[in-house]
Design a protein around this ligand. Structure first.
Ligand SMILES: Cc1cc2nc3c(=O)[nH]c(=O)nc-3n(C[C@H](O)[C@H](O)[C@H](O)COP(=O)(O)OP(=O)(O)OC[C@H]3O[C@@H](n4cnc5c(N)ncnc54)[C@H](O)[C@@H]3O)c2cc1C
Length: 556
């Protein structure tokens, strides 16, 4: 609600997830008049919305938590190595209350439009309930996996049972005991849910279009004593995260893939497969990301593991991806996922072979037959990275719409700013250092950079900052170039912007959404930009366009 003066706030932050919470903390510490607008009824972002059974970190909990406050690090006890959604939400609430940030947040406030008023250098926002607010600087902490996408089946509205996307899992919970349940999709979310609900449901039918590779999470609890050891090591832990490409504790094996014997490779993989977390992906040989033959050998190793764990060989084969190699997409981590398929009440339907034709009043119709269900769960993922931005009518200089600018492919400066959209910041935007890493590590880096830039603007009295067209083109070309050596460029995944449920994001149109240079390189680049007086940014008012050439005196 407008408080009678303009702008209402110096800074408005959209989104109260990991990024928005840290951003408001930094602004409050600086004494800036700022607020957070959040579509949900409470804070937490990812960990507020996704309440499905089995939802948890695949980052080590103690590398995921914020690193900025010793007080917080001292006080919080992570109970599990890979903490679950309820605990993660408790953590974010704990942080918010510890620093008394809740009073700077407004909930049930979905921003529908944000327009830049060039005459006054302010952003004017409109929320879905009609509220209008203005600010000088706008921070989009919208989340990269926060725009849930449903498939486009006919008849979806006519199903008489319950159906929902996993992002909108009923907050009050849902009892699946004795129910006939369908789950559509076998991505990271489904891989977490399936083993949790398989023992509960009477029948669980999984509709799979294309399998994903997955590897064991190997989770366990963290005792008081272990937590004490972790606390004592926090400096070292975060220093390691800062040094590794992915912002994790897992460091790549620096030996050459082809320089060691096959026995040595197998020994490494046996060890990593039994170890917790992303080791099998990130502590592996670096060639698995770039060398087809190295990747094929590792993929066959993982395939063999799947064959050992799934009793029915035909089902096992269906669960082994044939269209991409292991690790060229973010690898889902699982707990007894493959064993779920050994249960009599679990059925796998390959919708590559027998496509879903429509949703009926009682279930799903494939090209083969009708299936009856009480509950349909859509585990169909997200319009990743740019989707939440596209869902707001963001307009910059000259009324240019961001979603139009990004229609074919995203372009940014450092993944944090966009030419034509002055005073608009994305601490963990597409093409920033966050998307391919341990997010909170990237988020802290992004928030710190954006906050330092804001301080610089305030200190020097600059009313606005905007990247130049050239700087944006250079960064976008750099991001694109890095895809050329990576096997992931060929995968149908959110790294390449593929999502058949979003118009224009079909296969064959790569969207360069992810910075693949790794954390240390990203930090080096953005630090140098700041040290050089924010090179690439137009600070202050834009140069006035030269007057149109006047006809020479005397010209007819
Ligand atoms: C199931 C799941 C598991 C994950 N596990 C991990 C993990 O183990 N490790 C890891 O590094 N990352 C993980 N991620 C990625 C995760 O999204 C990030 O770790 C992190 O939570 C992102 O924080 P964020 O603040 O950037 O975005 P989010 O947490 O997505 O928060 C964004 C917020 O913005 C709000 N918002 C968006 N649009 C609007 C609007 N128009 N108006 C108002 N509010 C709006 C949303 O409601 C949301 O609350 C996981 C993601 C999912 C979905």
């Amino acid at each position: 609600m407008s408080n009678g003066k303009e702008p209402d706030y110096e800074v408005i932050v959209i989104g109260a997830g990991v990024a928005g919470i840290y951003q408001i903390k930094r602004l409050v510490d600086l004494g800036i008049e700022a607020t957070v607008l959040e579509a949900g009824s409470d804070l937490g972002g990812t960990w507020y919305w996704n309440r499905y059974p089995g939802c948890r970190f695949d980052s080590e909990s103690y590398t995921y938590g914020y690193s900025f406050s010793k007080e917080l690090l001292e006080q919080w006890h992570w109970k599990e190595r890979y903490s679950s959604q309820p605990e993660n939400l408790r953590y974010l609430n704990f942080v918010t209350d510890l620093f008394d940030l809740r009073r700077h947040m407004q909930f049930d406030c979905k921003v529908e439009a944000a327009h830049f008023d060039e005459s006054r250098d302010i952003w004017r926002l409109r929320a879905s309930d009609g509220r209008v607010m203005t600010c000088r600087f706008l921070v989009g902490a919208l989340g990269l996996l926060s725009a849930a996408t449903l498939p486009r089946y006919e008849g979806m509205g006519r199903f008489r049972g319950r159906s929902f996307h996993t992002y909108h899992w009923p907050q009050e919970g849902i009892d699946l005991k004795g129910k006939k349940v369908a789950i559509i999709g076998t991505g990271a979310t489904a891989i977490q849910i399936i083993p949790e609900i398989a023992p509960e449901a009477a029948e669980l039918t999984i509709f799979q279009r294309r399998p994903n590779w997955a590897a064991p999470l190997n989770n366990r609890t963290i005792s008081e004593e272990e937590m004490g050891e972790i606390r004592a090591r926090y400096d070292e832990i975060f220093a390691t995260c800062a040094r590794t490409p992915g912002g994790f504790e897992h460091e790549p094996d620096r030996r050459g893939f082809w320089e060691v014997s096959r026995e040595e490779r197998l020994a490494l993989w046996d060890r990593l497969y039994a170890e917790p977390g992303f080791g099998i992906w990130l502590a592996n040989f670096r060639e698995i990301f770039t060398d087809e033959d190295a990747n094929a050998e590792l993929s066959e190793y993982i395939a063999e593991r799947i064959r050992q764990r799934v009793k029915d060989p035909a089902v096992a084969e269906k669960l082994i991806p044939k269209d991409h190699g292991f690790g060229v997409q973010r690898v889902p981590l699982e707990t007894h996922y493959y064993e779920a398929y050994n249960r009599d009440n679990v059925h796998l339907v390959d919708i590559g072979e027998t496509p879903i034709e429509r949703v009926t009043e009682t279930g799903l119709r494939t090209s083969e037959r009708d299936h009856e269900f009480d509950v349909i769960i859509y585990a169909t993922g997200f319009d990743a990275l740019s989707g939440a931005f596209d869902r707001i009518d963001i307009r910059g200089v000259g009324g240019e719409a961001l979603r139009e600018k990004w229609r074919d492919s995203v372009s940014t400066y450092l993944g944090m700013m966009v030419h034509g959209f002055p005073n608009f910041f994305m601490p963990s935007g597409p093409q920033s250092g966050s998307a391919s890493t341990n997010y909170p590590r990237g988020i802290e880096i992004g928030v710190n950079w954006c906050t330092a830039l804001l301080e610089y603007l305030w200190e020097h009295g600059y009313p606005r900052a905007e990247p130049t067209r050239e700087a944006e083109e250079r960064w976008t070309a750099h991001v694109k170039k890095m895809y050329s050596t990576m096997l992931m460029r060929k995968a149908k995944s959110w790294f390449t912007g593929y999502n058949s449920n979003v118009e224009g994001h079909e296969q064959g149109k790569i969207r360069y959404l992810v910075y693949n240079g790794g954390t240390p390189k990203f930090v080096k680049t953005i630090t140098a930009v700041a040290e050089n007086g924010y090179e690439g940014l137009q600070l202050g008012l834009p140069p006035t366009e030269p007057d149109e050439a006047l006809p020479e005196a005397g010209a007819a």
